[in-house]
Design a protein around this ligand. Sequence first.
Ligand SMILES: Nc1nc(=O)c2c([nH]1)NC[C@@H]1CN(c3ccc(C(=O)N[C@@H](CCC(=O)O)C(=O)O)cc3)CN21
Ligand SMILES: CC(C)C(=O)C(=O)O
Ligand SMILES: [Mg+2]
Length: 270
Amino acid sequence: MPTKMTVDTFTALKSERKIVCLTAYSAPMASILDSHCDLLLVGDSVAMVLYGMDSTQGADIPMMIRHAQAVMRGTKQALVVVDLPAGSYETSPEQALTTATQIMQESGADAIKLEGGASLKPHIKLLVENGIPVMGHIGLLPQKASSASMYRITGKTADEAALLHADMIALVNVGVFGIVMEGIIEPVAKDIAVACSVPTIGIGASTACDGQILVTDDMVGLFDKFIPTFVRQFGQLNPAITESVSAYRAAVIDGSFPGNEHLFWPKSEK
Ligand SMILES: Nc1nc(=O)c2c([nH]1)NC[C@@H]1CN(c3ccc(C(=O)N[C@@H](CCC(=O)O)C(=O)O)cc3)CN21
Ligand SMILES: CC(C)C(=O)C(=O)O
Ligand SMILES: [Mg+2]
């Protein structure tokens, strides 16, 4: 019997082995990924990857709840974390608590993630005090960029590096159980990862991170509108789907599909 990952068993992995994380937006994908992953993130990247929007800013609370519910139906083992969408938590700690509580209650997910560093200390503090497990996200913050052409890696100057380090410390002090580090230049990313007492999950950050995450659709070669430097296509689903569709089209046009075996016959005539 597979056992369900908890926040405690997740954080314990830091001292055991590398941590494996991917995004999931649907029940069938979650059930494929579940036994291979420690953490499934219902990312606000869903807005771009599934809905074709130009940025993650089009994600809203109902969208995140729908997809989190779907992922929960497909997940038995992995820890399920849901992104708070842009505009749903920044205004005040109270707004963050209302949103996080709604998403946790209506989806049954294990934790939430929000983007930002030291400026979110009061928000995260209130969530943690109310028993909501929080994951941080520092470095490249997609919710702050208006389009895919605006995504810029961070930590290039000494000032930026110092701010990123301070963000990490602020998040740890206020009780996050893990931190996603996105698009941070080496060796700044390495220094932050090494200094961090909770699990660090890299995406375009250091191998010194305790684990890695990618957008599943990027990793399986399905989403190819843009391919960030940090993506490796471990599979090529896009050409595989194209071949299937092209074969279906040919079979419909030449009449070879549907075959007799795909039709419903009266018992006597089969
Ligand atoms: N499909 C998908 N994959 C992702 O990884 C992803 C999303 N969508 N949407 C939300 C954010 C946005 N992300 C991205 C997307 C692109 C770059 C990118 O193209 N970056 C440039 C670096 C630019 C620079 O040098 O500053 C690159 O070369 O990778 C980075 C992060 C990561 N997230
Ligand atoms: C890229 C990951 C970390 C994310 O936040 C998302 O998929 O929305
Ligand atoms: Mg996100």
